[in-house]
Design a protein around this ligand. Sequence first.
Ligand SMILES: *[C@@H]1O[C@H](CO)[C@@H](O)[C@H](O)[C@H]1NC(C)=O
Ligand SMILES: *[C@@H]1O[C@H](CO)[C@@H](O)[C@H](O)[C@H]1NC(C)=O
Length: 209
Amino acid sequence: MIHQHLPKKKHKHPQTFLNTFNMKKTKELKRMFCFIIFFSFFSFITNNMAFPLSTKSHWIIDEKGQRVKLACVNWPSHLQPVVAEGLSKQRVDDLAKKILEMGFNCVRLTWPLDLATNETLANNVTVRQSFQRLGLTDDISGFQTKNPSMIDLPLIEAYKKVVAKLGDKNVMVILDNHVTKPGWCCGYDDGNGFFGDTFFDPLNWETKM
Ligand SMILES: *[C@@H]1O[C@H](CO)[C@@H](O)[C@H](O)[C@H]1NC(C)=O
Ligand SMILES: *[C@@H]1O[C@H](CO)[C@@H](O)[C@H](O)[C@H]1NC(C)=O
């Protein structure tokens, strides 16, 4: 690759001299602003947060009483395969790194209630089997390459592993119970909400949760 270094032209029109002071000031302010932005991001991302978090008035605070700001990305894991999406394309560690690089410190990781209430789904279906059942053969080979340690884990263990790996990289996780039955959502008539909906069984929820 060839980089062309063009000589920098200095435009010094006489009338701009009048503005030099203002421009300098603006530049300084801009720089200061970037500095502040950088450090406010930096401070809440790299803070050694002491868990668990709690609330104080309308703030979220850590164990030491320091304020914690959540900056979360959404990551769906509630769809038919019940596996965090995209892991047949990217290593989970790389995704965690990317999330931090983009300035986030947290993931809202969705999950279907069935994963907690249906033992068979949670413990007796592996990631591989889940993809097989849906005919997602490309995903199996991709997953095998990118996240081989997770492909033969039962779905609940794979979910836990994603949470653990995010935690290892200092990414916080909000476990978001998104639907009951795994699948795309959400509509008023998809039966997949809360009380009174087709797929939501309050008794099952109460006993298993
Ligand atoms: C677990 O899965 C196997 C097939 O993968 C099946 O034969 C067995 O009946 C299942 N057991 C339970 C308790 O669902
Ligand atoms: C639980 O999950 C298994 C495996 O996906 C499924 O075959 C079964 O129908 C589910 N049971 C209920 C009650 O939804």
